[in-house]
Design a protein around this ligand. Sequence first.
Ligand code: ZN
Length: 433
Amino acid sequence: LLVKVACGLALFGFTLLGGPATVEAGQGSPRPSETLRAATAQATASPAALPVAVDLQVGGDSASTRIAFTVSSPIKPSVTVLEKPDRILLDLPEVNFQIPAESAKKVKGLLKSVRYGLVGPGRSRIVLELAQPGLPGKAINEPILAGAATSFALEIRKADREAFARAAESDRRDGLAAQTASVLPGEAAKVRGDKRPVIIVDPGHGGIDIGAVGLNDTIEKDVVLAFGRTLKAKLESSGQVRVVMTRDSDVFISLGERVKLARSEEAALFVSIHADTLQASPEVRGLTVYTNSDRASDAEAARLAESENRADALAGLEATEDGEEVNGILGDLMRRETRTYSHLFARTLVGQITAASKLNKNPQRSARFQVLRAPDVPSVLIELGYLSSKSDVELLRASEWREKAADSVVSAIQTFLAPRLAQQVGASAPAVP
Ligand SMILES: [Zn+2]
């Protein structure tokens, strides 16, 4: 343990000396430098001034579990208990997490998973997902290594369902439970007078929600952001559309906010970008395009939607009903029309992408995806590939593949928008005598 801590602190020292650009932010895996820059740009304080968490240890059993973080200076979180799923949230001013991915995987006892990261500008959160109900004791900061660092520890004791529910209800009443945590990027502001169709590029996950973790510690939130940026640049270079990204940095955005953005922009198309993982079947690979439907096209699609829909819960948000706001016959008509267009785009995309990328055996599917629920914006979700497939991971990390795949998405979007774009050109052309 001492060696590990010393290593961690060496890393911490390195951070201070070398500056943030030399050390990876987050789960200790390789990631593109642009993400780093974005993460750094997001920091409200100078990164050197932030507390750095370099490691975590979990001890105990399913009666009492202790989680301890090794931190450069004491941290004082506000602690909240949340049900469905059972979680303990630790909300903090921004912390620079440099915890090795391996440490975070070694959960046991009452803990099912540990997650940490940004949930908004200058705000970090640790989410302890529980395997069974457990209540937090007092959080303690203790100096270690002759005062060079701090051990921040929290004891969790097994509790019965009623006691846990009471604690969650009382936190909720006190307004402690986390509401929508994130803010939309400033880019969301509508551009007046710009009549071009708006395309929403939605890189999945971000911040505390890292998404799927695949081979070679490939992290979904990084892969999809890199693809989203490439797609945005290519779309913009055509000049025909305006592109708005739901996120352009390593920040958490709730599913509801992504949908809200698409609606407020009156977008012509919403393209959500993800990468799946299927640990049990490493041979499964290829790109898949999903649309929304109440009934899933197959069991696999249902599993995926369920896992993608958990994003908000894992980031510590309260479960919310997704009110679609538009009801009645008009609402039904609107949804039906939107669904038709979503399908049309999905089919176009599957047709266009064949040349550039390996497609999944069953490349066009549907399920109940929360993020595709805008009643008036055609929406698709692209799973670029499987992070559990060696061949897919190689492709997804290669900029050459990214360029080619993004090109085919762009041409599918142009085909899809062709009628509308032609109309626009017609409208602005001088009248023929
Ligand atoms: Zn995803």
